[in-house]
Design a protein. Structure first.
Length: 470
């Protein structure tokens, strides 16, 4: 049951917020119940608030604490782990109205912004000043900087340029009691005290609400040249990845598509994959934006051939590179097209697991075995350069048996990743979806310490309860 407009909670919230900052309609509450993760429980919020300033965020947190009501921070709800899911009777704090870019400092190569800024908008704004913000999550045209920080998001170029955490210089955070905390600094170097900034990055809204971020920038990236290589086995593709890394190359992208994904992209008509896709067990897409990109691509192409590639197409110019990279960009449309031919209410569950690079091929093969074992369509694509894979499980959510098999296959993939010395999440976060698996990955003392940190910063347990730690 939601609070009525006359409830003490709503009255107290309204006293410090603009009239249109509170949403209580059934449609609005339903819209803000969950993010984009399947298999994750979601409650019904009492109210959705949309603050526009730090002071309003403070007011919301102090009011919620006074009434003993949980607060769930949200961004664009593109997350895939249930970290932004509401709990019954909570205050959902949507940060989308705090979307200003506050300063672009070219001299110090940094930008200050609010958490609701769309990632692609930030990248475009700094590009206009001759700078670059490299992190590029797949949902970068809709996801927010605050959400990226909360989940520790990655992206396609992280093999060379790193993940969101590598660009966060400092944060302004409102704690559970309404106090404002500033972490980090503007200097290039600084090691005074504990690194509280890194503590909040990836904390999924459980320790505080980020209201401002200071992010590092880089000079603009050079144009990329790319190659596409097809292999008869995932082991051969894995050998090529290892050879590229051992040779000292730092590609700007190093992506892998398994047999199922390759076939789906070929069926959608990509010209480099439409010849005998059935013989291709794995496809590598490699790019370089180094000053000597042409030479680098030639060298990496030769390493692929030495690893028994069936074919290698090395782009000679920007147009050919776009064609190569389009194969990676076509993955989700190709899988959607494949799902559209399946009966029932088909949904795609994009998973996230990472292993050491030299065990990547083993995980891909194991996922194929899991797909066969559970009778499911599972397509695997991922960032081969850092061992991070995204198996996509496609199933009929209206079929209880199919849902059961999909959940069991998900557990089997998580178990395989851990058995190979990996981690349950490389860039999507834990949320509610992987909370039980976190207990299996981390040692008991590690978990106890993390719970103690949570209690120190949020003693009442009102900030995004039930997420990350059970």
């Amino acid at each position: 049951m939601t609070d009525s407009p006359r409830s003490p909670l709503l009255a107290a919230l309204a006293a410090g917020l603009p009239d249109d900052a509170l949403l209580t309609g059934e449609d609005d509450l339903a819209l803000h119940r969950h993010d984009s993760a399947p298999f994750s429980e979601a409650g019904l919020p009492a109210v959705v608030v949309r603050p526009e300033s730090v002071e309003q965020v403070q007011h919301v947190l102090r009011t919620a604490r006074a009434h003993g009501v949980p607060v769930v921070p949200q961004g664009a709800r593109t997350g895939l782990a249930g970290a932004a899911n509401a709990v019954d009777g909570c205050v959902v704090m949507s940060m989308v109205r705090m979307n200003r870019i506050l300063e672009i400092d070219a001299a110090n190569r940094l930008v200050r912004c609010e958490p609701g800024v769309i990632t692609a908008d930030l990248a475009a704004a700094v590009a206009g000043e001759g700078l670059c913000y490299p992190p590029d999550p797949a949902s970068w045209e809709s996801c927010t900087i605050g959400g990226n920080i909360a989940t520790g998001a990655g992206g396609l170029c992280c093999v060379k340029y790193g993940v969101t955490a590598d660009y966060v210089l400092g944060l302004t955070v409102v704690l559970a009691d309404g106090e404002v905390l500033r972490t980090g600094r503007d200097t290039v170097k600084g090691v005074a005290g504990y690194d509280l900034t890194r503590l909040f990055v990836g904390s999924e809204g459980t320790l505080g609400v980020v209201v401002e971020a200071t992010l590092a920038l880089r000079p603009p990236r050079a144009p990329e040249l790319a190659l596409l290589a097809r292999f008869a086995s995932t082991a051969d593709a894995g050998a090529a990845v290892g050879a590229i890394i051992r040779a000292g190359h730092v590609p700007s992208a190093l992506e892998l598509m398994d047999r199922t994904t390759t076939e789906a992209v070929a069926a959608l008509g990509h010209p480099l994959l439409d010849r005998d896709p059935d013989t291709t067990a794995a496809t590598l897409i490699v790019a370089s934006d180094a000053p000597d990109a042409a030479g680098r691509v030639r060298e990496m192409a030769e390493l692929c051939r030495e690893a028994k590639a069936l074919s290698v197409t090395a782009a000679a110019d920007a147009g050919q590179s776009r064609q190569v990279l389009d194969a990676r960009r076509m993955v989700m449309p190709a899988l959607s097209a494949r799902a559209g031919r399946m009966p029932g209410e088909v949904t795609a569950f994009i998973e996230d697991v990472a292993v050491p690079r030299d065990r990547l091929a083993l995980l891909v093969d194991r996922i194929e075995e899991i797909a066969e074992e559970y009778g499911l369509f599972i397509a695997t694509v991922g960032h081969a350069g850092d061992g991070n894979l995204h198996p996509t499980v496609v199933f009929d959510r209206s079929d209880a048996e199919a849902v059961r098999r999909a959940k069991e296959a998900y557990d089997a993939i998580m178990a395989a990743g851990l058995e190979l010395g990996g981690t349950i999440t490389g860039e999507h976060g834990v949320g509610t979806l992987k909370r039980d698996w976190l207990v299996r990955e981390l040692p008991p003392r590690n978990l106890r310490l993390q719970r103690e940190i949570k209690r120190l910063l949020d003693p009442e347990g009102l900030l995004n309860p039930g997420k990350v730690l059970a």
